[in-house]
Design a protein around this ligand. Structure first.
Ligand code: ADP
Ligand code: MG
Length: 374
């Protein structure tokens, strides 16, 4: 079982879990939210069977009116001459070609080239180095919105380049602000549902942040709390975190949201599926209300829509492609084997050479011991 599976099993076995009063004062590992499954990890990061059912309390109430937040600039977007010249018919046509559906108050026009974003040479060099030739469709529409300082909700399938769509504008946003002073918390906070996703976002953010000398820290349940809090206390402009761990560190005063002006909820639907709704909302309530908020999700169900209404201000809604589809470039081929038999090993051995000669092979196993054995 991975932590998601064990969560669903636990919820099935304990339909009333998390209903009622939250347990007080947990200061431990990341939790699967309001539902109350507590996943612990051993030193190698493998989930341990969970017995303890501790909960992470959401953050306490905060009174923003009593805090003296510094003003900040949120609009860094100047429409490129080529984009300015597009007629509204051409915009409709471009959105159709990119398979974009856009709603919300006065959304910016989509763009067609990296040159239209107005990024500086440092960022353009990093993008060229990766050999990206043009923005993906979601980037073409979401980046002008994000650079304009707008809240947005982006719905697009996996692999559509959403990470860069919120990282690049975040870097522009950070560069405009005064450097962090000792004790300052992050300017950009990115929440993700799992440690794997937060690590992926962290890797991508670091790649683009590094040339600017911008620091990124990743904080997730299961990682070393000591190291993560040391990194946070040393100061980082960007924090990528799972919600429970983020709350832990704010409570422990390892960091704070006083400088946070850019908040991203990535894979919001999965955060909900995993029961993080209470934590996510409490973090949103703790960040100054006039921040910029970006939310990404692969689906747009009722609860996501409700969250969007509650935590976003006049958002632009961008849907790219068909909601809920698997990526059409991927062929899924499923084989089911009887458990306990050697069938899967025989099958694997018979196919291994073929797979590795035509590409790469990724094998998932349940436990560390299985990985070693394999
Ligand atoms: P998502 O979050 O939408 O699932 P990712 O942000 O993880 O997708 O991006 C998927 C892959 O596409 C990553 O390997 C990323 O580096 C790459 N990518 C992002 N933007 C572009 C681009 N404009 N052109 C080519 N590849 C890109
Ligand atoms: Mg993503």
């Amino acid at each position: 079982e991975d932590d998601e599976e064990s969560y669903y099993r636990f919820m099935k076995e304990n339909p009333n879990a998390g209903v009622g009063v939250l347990a007080a004062g947990s200061d431990d590992e990341d939790l699967v939210g309001g539902g109350g499954v507590h996943t612990e990890y051993d030193d190698d990061g493998n989930p341990l069977p969970s017995n303890a059912k501790k909960l992470i309390d959401p953050l306490p109430m905060i009174y923003h009116s009593e805090i003296n937040y510094a003003p900040f600039e949120r609009n860094f977007y100047t429409e490129h001459a080529e984009i300015k010249a597009l007629s509204s018919a051409a915009v409709v046509d471009l959105r159709r070609r990119l398979n974009l559906r856009v709603s919300g108050p006065s959304p910016p026009k989509p763009v067609t080239s990296f040159a239209h974003f107005g990024f500086d040479e440092v960022l353009m060099r990093a993008i060229r180095k990766l050999e990206y030739t043009q923005p993906t469709p979601i980037q073409a529409q979401a980046i002008p919105a994000a650079l304009s300082g707008r809240d947005l909700i982006g719905i697009a399938k996996t692999g559509s380049g959403k990470t860069a769509a919120f990282i690049w504008p975040l870097l522009v946003h950070i560069l405009d602000q005064p450097a962090l002073a000792p004790g300052d918390g992050p300017i950009g906070v990115i929440l993700a549902p799992t440690r794997e996703l937060s690590q992926q976002i962290y890797a991508e953010a670091k790649r683009f942040a590094k040339p600017y000398g911008i620091t990124v820290v990743c904080a997730y349940g299961g990682g070393s709390k000591y190291e993560q809090s040391q990194d946070l206390e040393a100061g980082a402009e960007i924090v990528v975190a799972t919600p429970g761990r983020m709350i832990d560190f704010v409570k422990a005063k390892a960091t704070n949201f006083l400088r946070t002006t850019y908040l991203v909820l990535d894979e919001a639907d999965r955060m909900f599926d995993m029961g993080f709704e209470v934590q996510v909302r409490s973090i949103c309530n703790h960040v100054r209300p006039d921040r910029q908020t970006l939310m990404f999700s692969a689906t747009f169900k009722k609860r996501i829509e409700k969250l969007a209404r509650d935590v976003l201000t006049d958002p632009i809604r961008i849907v790219q492609g068909e909601i809920g589809d698997a990526n059409a470039d991927i062929t899924q081929d499923v084989h089911v084997f009887r458990s306990g038999s050697s069938e899967k090993w025989d099958w694997l051995l018979a196919n291994l050479v073929g797979f590795t000669s035509s590409g790469s092979l990724l094998i998932f196993v349940t436990k560390k011991a299985n990985a070693v054995e394999l």
